[in-house]
Write a protein that binds this ligand. Structure first.
Ligand SMILES: Cc1cc2nc3c(=O)[nH]c(=O)nc-3n(C[C@H](O)[C@H](O)[C@H](O)COP(=O)(O)O)c2cc1C
Ligand code: SF4
Length: 456
């Protein structure tokens, strides 16, 4: 069993000063500010203004309807987010095609679902307008699940772009694997068209922006590391990034500037070269090298990509419930230190932002820092590590964290995510809808008891 190290006693820390001292002492000098006022300042994204510097990261609820439209739980989640006051909501990954779904209840964007997706966005916006007199900036994450695709019966149907000995034998969300199909160039071009069509529909649904998802274990991220793939989508940097730029150009051709384009991108993969992106080009060496990620971010900013949301890791290879930011593990008994991993990702974000002037960056991983996530968001923005603080699981657990930071200047520990991993167990072990089992018990504790503990 892997062990997640939690060496810090957040419950005994009185203030951000205590947190800073503990982290500095552990050799993790996070940027920290006691004063969180900077989180309430606006940021310009193209010709739009985002009212504050807090973003709710995409978290798939695995709770759409079988036809790919949103369910009542989706409507509920996004109304809770909008009512929580974050200036930016990064809607969860929605598949661009049936075969790109990662589970039978993932939402799919297509002509038959776009009206309901629009209604979900409109209703969430209305909640924010009523409470705050403004609506959030809404980004929709588009995806094709690639290796993590599953069919209607949760049977794994992995579509990869090249073989990868680090990942080939655990492709599905629950660790099982199906027979891998290697996508042909024609299939990749079909997926590229799917992203462009998805963006047109996202515009119809009223989103401000689409995220062309190039993170985690999904197909466009995999192309970035397709060093061993022959042909026009593999090998050189130009070939490995070709699909992303074809999508950007295709969206611009159809929509001009009407829809902002963003990416969620792995800063590095933590899978060694030649199977991982952003890694030192020495076989088997587990050390990030940001040269290519910086080059890609510079090119994206030159193409007017409005936001870059930096993440890392493969959820399956490094189970993200246990630490999307965890560092490499050596074998099943490995110990994972999420704080070291979170620091390393934020530090990579700092380095990339420094090398890419003009880019607007969202950071990942603040939930690990519990009630001090807001102080690190404020410190990171003030010290130039990133522009917007991204909170993932905190959105499930404590959707009004942004309002508390804006008005009360603090996050309340008794509302925070407790990092118990149960939202991940719901999908991984329970194959069912997910949300916060601990802080949103009315719905998710029941699902947990029924599907994970098998207590009907
Ligand atoms: C249940 C669950 C679903 C997730 N779904 C997505 C998703 O749809 N797209 C995505 O880019 N990341 C997804 N993530 C990753 C989160 O966005 C985030 O990067 C991760 O939880 C780490 O940030 P945190 O420490 O603030 O939670 C998901 C994470 C969890 C736990
Ligand atoms: S279930 Fe646990 S890990 Fe998930 S959001 Fe809730 S407290 Fe956090």
């Amino acid at each position: 069993m892997k062990k997640v190290l939690k060496p810090f006693k957040f419950n005994t820390m009185q203030d951000a000063g205590d947190f800073k001292k503990a982290m500095d002492g552990a050799g993790l000098p996070f940027p920290v500010d006691e004063n969180v006022d900077i989180l309430g300042t606006p940021v310009k994204i193209g010709n739009k203004t985002v009212q504050n510097r807090m973003c709710i990261q995409p978290l798939e609820g695995f709770d759409g309807l079988p036809d790919g439209s949103p369910s009542e739980l989706d409507f509920r989640r996004y109304k809770r987010y909008a009512g929580g006051g974050a200036g930016m909501i990064w809607y969860e990954s929605i598949a661009i095609s049936e075969d790109g779904r990662c589970n039978p209840l993932q939402m799919v964007i297509r002509p038959s679902t776009v009206d309901e997706i629009k209604r979900m966005v409109d209703e969430a916006n209305a909640v924010a307008v009523e409470k705050y007199g403004r609506r959030p900036y809404n980004v929709l994450q588009l995806t094709h699940s690639g290796r993590r695709s599953n069919d209607k019966n949760w049977k794994s149907t992995p579509l990869a772009v090249c073989e990868n000995p680090y990942m080939d034998d655990h492709t599905s969300i629950d660790g099982s694997s199906g027979k891998i199909t290697i996508a042909t160039d024609d299939k990749i071009e079909q997926i590229i068209r799917g992203f462009i069509d998805g963006a047109i529909l996202a515009h119809q649904a009223g989103f401000d922006a689409v995220d062309i998802k190039i993170c985690h274990e999904y197909i466009l991220r995999e192309l970035l590391s397709a060093f061993t793939r022959p042909g026009k989508f593999g090998g050189s940097f130009e070939n490995r990034t070709r699909a992303v730029f074809m999508i950007i150009d295709g969206i611009r051709e159809k929509l001009g500037d009407a829809l902002d384009i963003c990416v969620r991108l792995n800063a590095y993969d933590c899978v060694p070269y030649p199977y991982g992106w952003g890694m030192k080009k020495e076989e088997g060496v587990m050390e990030p090298d940001l040269t290519e990620p910086i080059k890609l971010c510079q090119m994206l900013v030159e193409r007017d990509v409005r936001l870059i949301n930096l993440s890392t890791m493969m959820p399956r290879y490094q189970p993200y419930g246990r630490g999307l930011m965890a560092e490499h593990e050596e074998g099943p008994e490995a110990e994972i230190d999420p704080y070291k991993g979170t620091f390393s990702l934020l530090d990579a974000t700092r380095q990339i932002k420094e090398a890419v002037p003009g880019g607007v960056f969202v950071c990942t991983g603040l939930t690990w820092l519990e009630q001090f996530g807001g102080n690190v968001a404020a410190g990171g923005i003030k010290e130039g590590w990133f522009d917007i603080g991204g909170f993932g699981r905190q959105g499930f657990a404590y959707p009004e964290f942004a309002r508390d930071l804006l008005y009360d200047k603090t996050m309340y520990r008794n509302k925070c995510c407790i990092l118990c991993d149960k939202c991940y167990d719901l999908i991984q072990k329970g194959h069912c809808q997910t949300g916060c089992v601990m802080r949103d018990q009315a719905i998710y504790l029941k699902l947990y008891r029924e599907n994970v503990m098998n207590k009907k």
